[in-house]
Write a protein that binds this ligand. Sequence first.
Ligand code: SF4
Length: 611
Amino acid sequence: MAESVAETLRLGGVLLAEAGTGTGKSLAYLLPALLQNRRVVVSTRTKALQEQLARKDVPLCERLLGRAVRAVVVKGRANYLCRHYYERFLKEPLLKSQKEARLFGRFKRWASETSTGDKAEWEGIPEDLPLWADVNARGERCLGSKCPLYAECFVVLLRREAEAAELVVTNHHLLFADLALKGRWDTAALPEYRHLVLDEAHEAEDAATSFFGVAASRRMLEEWIRDAAPAAASDPSGAASQRLAEAAQAARLFFGAFEGPERREEVRPGEWSPREASMLARLGAVLDAAALALDGVPDPSGEAEGLLLRLEAWREALDFVVRTGDEEHVRWLEVTPRNVTFGASPIEVGPILRGHLFSRLDAAVLTSATLTVGGEFRYLRDRLGLPEESQELRLPSPFDFESQGLLYVPASFPAPNSEEFAGELKGAVRRLIGYSGGRAFVLCTSLRAMRALAEDLEDLDHPVLVQGDEPKGVLLDRFREAGDAVLVATSSFWQGVDVQGEALSLVILDKLPFAVPTDPLVRARVENLRRKGREPFLEYQVPTAAILLQQGAGRLIRSRRDRGVVACFDVRLRTKAYGRILLKSLPPFRVTGREEDVADFFRAGPGGGGP
Ligand code: SF4
């Protein structure tokens, strides 16, 4: 892999490299990247993976190369302190609780001493400190070069540092946020680059979808109103503040009309009830008035101008969703307990990525443990708009899956959509957890199934952890510490979770993880393929499920010593033709339909090679 990466970075082009777990893919791209005489940007999925590269892999490269490496980690902008908004906050600190007031002294000390502004340096300050929302450097409210503190801005300094680096380690969210931003504001966090390594590339479509779409939410507008209050207060007549208060009220009325059960549904432009249309018109009118009032306030720092641009972007996004129509986007409304969002997502990101990213790069390496479906790269190439002539490389995992793992798909089990399924599943899950002595992930395809199983497992003799009870990181720490816990979760635990050793020995999947067919984006993508005369089920739904399934199963064997069982209770894996494609995508575990084999596997213990 290192040779192929080196060749691609040197000669240009696109390399797709699927590298199974345990192949050492990070080193295989970092070393050749560091042997080039040019800046390479490496993008991975999460902050945690960025840290891992910077703390573990880059120092190893330094030892191997016998020299220091100029590497810079660039995280999402919201990880850094915004000096401008912090200064403003200090003038009138709005602390939301006594606890926050107690922590404020410590926070101020950090803010006055930090040379990076990176919140990862915090000690004794909780991750979710509420005031951080007011003082972080997130992009949409950044004043760019108009900012009075631009020269000292942590994000600007970091970009300069990155410009001088040979290796920039970032994550997909920042990479795509930056691409979506370019040309609009001078607030990009990444320097120019022409050589890119996209790790965990199977995630790229989702990340690009969210950043090349638009969204206008109630929370964004509320934040804007809050941020605009100080500028409005400088209007001696009080009119600007009054207009903001009217805007807040109109926003409450408008978004309040859509509150209700949690949902995500398609929005068709123009299909509004007279009441909704009149509230939308009222919101537009008061926002016009607020913008006009803000335009007239004294604005020595350029802040009001930045606020007006932000409001314009928000209104353009809302207009795009509710008033216009095109074939390229699907428009949706998402209601959660805390927010109401109108959004539009690109149905195909391939052409966008080609235009905004791949066409302006000299070389791109896309890698992950799961890039192929049924052994082929066609799906990924198609979804990401990659050229046909991309180089392809598949490196199998060095693990001995045949003896380290067992895949159990019951020889007979109720169909997943049958009435008996849920009841049978509960009994079977309890039995399997009995064989494994806990140490299990139970991954469900729906929240409802997750809750039902979690409730049923409450009386187990093992700690039962449930997604949503605590933040993901805390749940995982508890899982690792307990050693015999059971974690019941949905899709967010299917990917990127690393539990090495015996704490995790059983992964149970209730059903095949097909995307929810009623989700507006899934439906639009399916319709789009159908319109083109293609076969959406086999070309989109099965491959998406295959990648998720691989990721879910991939949680289990993370080292040569790990052993365990993946159990999937969806018999379509056996009975349907597409089941074969899905099976072919999984690691080559020994496959069984007999529950006794699972019991025997665990009885054989850590040293045993199974029955
Ligand atoms: S340039 Fe933007 S992020 Fe930096 S200090 Fe100014 S407003 Fe904050």
